[in-house]
Design a protein around this ligand. Structure first.
Ligand code: FES
Length: 580
């Protein structure tokens, strides 16, 4: 039986406003009969000139439109806010939930039957997935794709990863001003997001692993013509998805999230994926815990040799076969029967994927590391958990005991690491407070504290660093992140003092402050929280409702996990369709 289109309630009900909507769309040259019996497909575009990673998405949108028209739908493109990672202060993460709300409410409020989500830069993918999960109309993701490899002096550079390494050399004079200027001109040479396995590549790959893109979509470089071709096919497919009523809640099941975690581990993906996946799942009433990441990490080998954990770049990854090859390799660890947007299962989609370069994508039998790229730590310093990326850390520091050197604030840290007589050595543990969801504010990517100049000059390139911040997915080093509860709300991190001994034992997943419990209690009793950063506007809403890192940093009133009954949440049942 033919289903009534949702959009017809905007255009064909017997009321004045139906007439008005038809009339006003005629001002765009769209006659009313165009909408009759045709699904309206919203194209949710995060294009912005303040988001260089997504600057080509208008062209991608045109390709999607061709596909929608061809399949018998009517495409209508709409903007939302866009989050350009390096441009938003204090951090794009402060606005991820705002963008998710923007996406959700546009889908809910406008006449559309399905939606195509155009994303790319770090936060735009999770924000769109969160909003689309809550709205729960048929949805398909088309990422903009990674940028081409950067090349400087015949050396391949990955934006973010190599930029940071070269900046450290620039700080101590080993890269001169002229060279630094050349690097600036070379490191971002095309449209597309950062071309390492940073947060953007991780999250677009995760969208594919969840089943929310057509197979192979995440890895195609932004300027490659195959990007536009797959965008056109995605436009055709969303029209079919509307007639099949194929909604995100049917695709993003608990098993699909477990697949996404396994793939994230196989990729050596960004630590930010932990926070985003918990938040997306929460929108569907599925409770992902940090323990799910650790459990799956322990049995998911790391097989993708791409920076920052590996050697190659996303362009090499695409030429080697891209994500479908990784998923085919990981298939024994995946729920192969999970449904995807093309109506087929994960197993069917990757069955014929072929690897063209084993140096880039390994097999499960010959991995780069026997476990995944993310480990979860617990201990008296992080009772609700912390995250480390062992694949991007220095092996000799993964089990380490050292004296803390404490920075109370980010600005203080930034100043002091430049000091030539900072009293730290290669055994020191750098600790930074007040950089979590409320303390930052917004959970900024400050966790990859720059190496103190005094150590760089001695040839020391890594020390243990601990904070309640995140770090860029392009970063590397022995960096403990997402300490929860955060210091600004009185987590134990708040009472660490310079000179305290800290013990990290990543293989055994422990992080402890080696100070007697009674002393920690005494210090915590004397703790006073810092004043809030905002007393009005979105910032105040954020501070009042953001959850801690281990819960995904969504707003408490937006997670379905908090709204549904406990048994339903834990069973992983999808919620009822959320839009009328
Ligand atoms: Fe957008 Fe790196 S700045 S992905």
């Amino acid at each position: 039986m033919k289903r009534e289109l949702r959009s017809s309630r905007w255009f064909f009900e017997n009321e004045y406003y139906a007439f008005a909507r038809r009339a006003y769309l005629r001002s765009e040259g769209l006659n009313a009969d165009i909408f009759e019996d045709k699904p309206v497909i919203g194209i949710c575009n995060s294009w912005s000139e303040l988001n260089h990673c997504n600057r080509h998405l208008r062209e991608v949108a045109e390709a999607v439109k061709r596909g929608v028209w061809k399949a018998g739908g009517v495409p209508l493109e709409f903007p939302t806010i866009s989050l350009g990672e390096p441009f938003v202060k204090p951090t794009a993460m402060l606005l991820r939930n705002l963008m998710a709300m923007d996406v959700e409410e546009c889908i809910r409020g406008y006449p559309m039957d399905g939606v195509v989500l155009l994303c790319g830069c770090d936060k735009t993918t999770p924000a769109q997935l969160m909003g689309a999960a809550s709205a729960d109309l048929p949805a398909i993701v088309v990422p903009g794709g990674p940028a081409l490899s950067s090349v400087w002096k015949n050396r391949k550079l990955g934006s973010g990863t190599d930029g940071r390494k070269l900046y450290d050399l620039h700080r101590i004079g080993e890269v001169g001003d002229e060279e630094w200027c050349e690097i600036e001109g070379a490191i971002a040479r095309s449209a597309g997001h950062c071309m390492v396995m940073g947060t953007a590549s991780t999250m677009t790959s995760i969208a594919e692993a969840l089943g929310m893109t057509l197979p192979g979509c995440a890895s195609i470089p932004a300027p490659d013509s195959r990007r536009l071709a797959i965008a056109e096919r995605s436009g055709r497919r969303i029209v079919e998805m509307v007639s099949e009523d194929l909604r995100p809640s049917r695709i993003m099941s608990r098993e699909a999230f477990e697949n996404a975690i396994v793939v994230d581990m196989a990729l050596g993906g960004s630590t930010n994926a932990v926070v985003h996946l918990i938040a997306i799942a929460g929108r569907l009433g599925i409770r992902l815990a940090l323990d799910d990441f650790d459990r799956l990490s322990r049995r998911s080998p790391y097989i993708t040799n791409v920076k920052p954990s590996g050697e190659f770049l996303m362009e090499d990854f695409f030429y080697a076969g891209g994500l479908p090859v990784v998923m085919r390799e990981a298939l024994p660890l995946l729920h192969g029967a999970c449904l995807t947007v093309n109506g087929r299962t994960i197993a069917e989609n990757v069955a014929s994927a072929e690897c063209h370069n084993r140096a880039v994508i390994r097999t499960l039998d010959a991995p780069l590391h026997p476990e995944g790229g993310t480990a979860i730590l617990y201990g008296n310093l992080c009772p609700d958990g912390a995250v480390i990326k062992p694949t991007a850390a220095s092996p000799h520091l993964l089990v380490h005991r050292g004296k803390a050197f404490v920075f109370d604030r980010y600005e203080q840290m930034k100043q002091q690491v430049e000091s030539e007589d900072l009293p730290v050595d290669e055994h020191s543990v750098l600790v930074m407070k007040n950089a979590g969801p409320k303390g930052g504010p917004g959970f900024p990517e400050w966790g990859h504290m720059p190496m103190p100049k005094v150590l760089l000059k001695r040839g020391v390139t890594d020390v243990v660093r601990i904070s309640d911040a995140r770090m860029s997915g392009t970063s590397f080093g022995t960096v403990v992140l997402h300490v929860a509860p955060e210091s600004a709300i009185g987590g134990p991190l708040a009472v660490v003092e310079t000179g305290d001994e800290i013990e990290l034992d990543a293989p055994n997943r422990r992080l402890n402050l080696r100070v007697p419990a009674a002393e920690i209690e005494r210090r915590l009793a004397a703790f006073t929280p810092p004043p809030p950063h905002y007393d009005r506007g979105y910032g105040r809403l954020f501070l009042e409702h953001v959850t801690q890192a281990n819960l995904g940093c969504d707003f408490d009133f937006l997670t379905l996990a908090s709204a549904l009954g406990r048994s339903r949440v834990e069973s992983g049942q999808p919620p009822s369709p959320a839009v009328p």
